[in-house]
Design a protein around this ligand. Sequence first.
Ligand code: CA
Length: 367
Amino acid sequence: MKRRDVIAGLGSGILAAGLTACGNQADTKKSATSSFKTIHWSMVTTWPKNFQGLGEGAEYLAKLIDNMSGGRLKIRVLGAGEMVPALQVFDTVSAGTAQMGHGAAYYWKGKMAAAPFFGAVPFGMNAQEMNAWLLKGEGLKLWEALYEPFDVIPRPCGNTGVQMAGWFNKEINNLDDLKGLKMRIPGLGGEVLKRAGGVPVLLPGSEVFTSLERGALDAAEWVGPYNDLAFGLYKAAKYYYYPGWHEPGSTMEAIINKQALRSLPDDLQAIVLNACLIANQDMLSEFTFRNFEALNTLQNQHHVILKKLPDEVLDHLKKLSVEVVKESVANDKQGQKIYQSYHDFLKGVKKWTALSEMAYLQARQDS
Ligand code: CA
């Protein structure tokens, strides 16, 4: 019943939008100011409903679009499994069954080898650098071209900032400690761990706690203090390691069905696209704000042991990451173009980051 209602809602939404778009300018203006018909969209997401930070980010985007449009475009947000499972979000938006989606590009790695470049790359760009590459450099154009054959338009729509390396049941003192390490770590980071002798395991977030607690895993990464505290991961493992070398500025995405977007009046199209960018910044602020509070709770109330991965381990993982990232698009011409753009921008921007942000943060920390 629920699903039929949603789909029925979608049909009338598209029809209303189509009629508005086909009308003349005066009609459009009239519909925008007085007797407009509300357009209803659905947004499928890869997150549990209202999940801290990420699912909330999708809800925030929907509310923003509702407010900015004066109630002309209403979007119903669906958690993973409500209309479709998390990993079918892209296909559902591509088919137009839902007009929008919210998730992260690295989930579509199986479909497009270069997708992780728009989500997270081990030892890659942080949030600030990603936004610069996407919004001022070539990033967004390349991302749009990658999704174009699927009738899907992407926008950056949230960022977790640098994540944590994860929760470990034993100390990591040297490279040997990675050998045979069974760890929940997805994507390119997992490939790197495998090359270092570890055993990456793919598990959805909901199963991470139980597997770690039962000893089926030696370690698990999730996000950072805010989300990890909510999952109770401190009860399942003793050591909390940093930094999140594998997800240094994970970008979330909003995806929009191309026909659905183009069927909206121009002002609503602009609202949808620009609301994504507001939500993009909002989520990063949210994570920065919540993470430090959660970190205090983890340390002071739950007595978590915080540890930095040894330099020897980080240096080795970095060396392996360079190989893994390059090889990930070895058989993909479009992917190589994306890799090259990402690589060149990072190479250039990291010089500036080193003598601006990094030098300043070091000076502030030492003083
Ligand atoms: Ca993660």
